[in-house]
Design a protein around this ligand. Structure first.
Ligand code: ATP
Ligand code: LTN
Length: 330
């Protein structure tokens, strides 16, 4: 069975974008692949965090993984920092990553371009740690949203670099990007992606948000003055975004939604999108409450970490031998 691996960095509350672009797909793939999913808590601290808020977000993220349908009997679910090998492999990968490569990563570049100051070294080298996360499990596939594709591509280059330098060390992974919903846009500014770190709260829906507020945000989503319901992401990005959200949750093809709304107004479409989103979130929120109260999360993470560690340790040993830093271990 092929291995699929992904992580989410809950540096804030999980969003509808995270769900559609990533989480929902992890659930869909768990029957088909050996699935490894983790909470990238080491990645969270690449930007300043309030410790109490971070702890709450991490706990919520685990509960949401489960509430969205990840099954610990099918998938290995763990906390990145519980598997110490990630940090060590991260260092080794770091030492094989060129500054030029890190300089080209858009997430870092954008922050520099925005004039953000006090950026940490961790933020800069984060793609190397991400590559280590993937390579240490010999993942075949990495399901992510559009914004992470560049990082997976760097990971592929790094895997090839190791293989060329030391002989076959790593599997070269492939990104898996959803056809619909790989980049859910902000509801208030459809030129930007929906993001939890976005200052403007009106554009972002979180999975645990009050449903009245969710409905209100969708009803007041920014669209355009064209006035025709059609799928045109270039000229009508706000509308296209609503259609993508609808289609990825309802599984109704975009063309079919567009056909049903021919000659109708944006308000009617928004109402149906709000119904679809609220129905999905209602289910997730009910499951979340049950899981938070069940007291099962700690054991699930412990078991996940144990399983992941076994694989990670073996791979790390092999890599350390290949790189030449081991003295006696064969
Ligand atoms: P931030 O929103 O703070 O910039 P992030 O959402 O990119 O962070 P994660 O929470 O780790 O960081 O993202 C988890 C997964 O969700 C990644 O695969 C990412 O590509 C995907 N994702 C995040 N935002 C969106 C979005 N708006 N549309 C589709 N997928 C998304
Ligand atoms: N960098 C990712 C989270 C992440 C990840 C990974 C995703 C960390 N390690 C490995 C896929 C595979 C993010 O910010 N979304």
């Amino acid at each position: 069975m092929k291995t699929m691996l992904s992580g989410i960095k809950p540096s804030g509350q999980m969003t509808l974008g995270n769900y559609i672009g990533a989480l929902k797909n992890f659930v869909a793939y768990q029957d088909e692949y050996e699935m490894m999913v983790f909470i990238a808590n080491l990645h969270c601290i690449t930007v300043p965090q309030d410790p109490a808020t971070l702890k709450k977000n991490l706990k919520d993220a685990v509960a949401l993984y489960l509430a969205c349908g990840l099954d610990p009997n099918k998938a290995t679910i763990f906390l990145q920092s519980d598997v110490l090998e990630h940090a060590q492999m991260g260092w080794i990968v770091n030492c094989h990553t060129y500054l030029g490569e890190l300089n080209r990563q858009t997430q870092y570049k954008d922050k520099v371009a925005k004039g953000e100051t006090s950026l940490s070294a961790g933020l800069y080298t984060y793609p190397a740690l991400m590559a280590a996360d993937i390579l240490i499990y010999d993942a075949d596939y990495v399901p992510v949203g559009e914004d992470q594709k560049q990082h997976v591509e760097l990971c592929r280059d790094l895997a090839e670099r190791f293989n060329n330098r030391y002989g076959e060390v790593f599997k070269v992974p492939e990104p898996v990007i959803p056809k619909v919903g790989a980049r859910i846009l902000s509801l208030s500014d459809p030129t930007k992606k929906m993001s939890k770190s976005e200052d403007n709260d009106k554009g972002c829906i979180t999975l645990l948000e009050d449903l009245k507020s969710v409905r209100k945000k969708i009803m007041s989503a920014v669209t355009d003055s064209v006035g025709i319901i059609q799928y045109d992401p270039v000229n009508q990005p706000g509308l296209a975004n609503l259609l993508q959200i609808h289609s990825s949750l309802s599984h109704e093809p975009i063309e079919s939604i567009v056909a049903r709304f021919e000659g109708k107004g944006y308000g009617e479409l928004k109402k149906e999108v709000a119904d679809v989103v609220c129905a999905e979130l209602e289910k997730i929120q009910a499951a979340y409450t049950e899981i938070i109260n069940s007291g099962t999360m700690e054991a699930i993470l412990a078991e996940g970490a144990q399983k992941a560690s076994r694989i990670a340790r073996k791979k790390l040993n092999k890599v350390q031998r290949k790189v030449g830093i081991e003295i006696f271990r064969k």
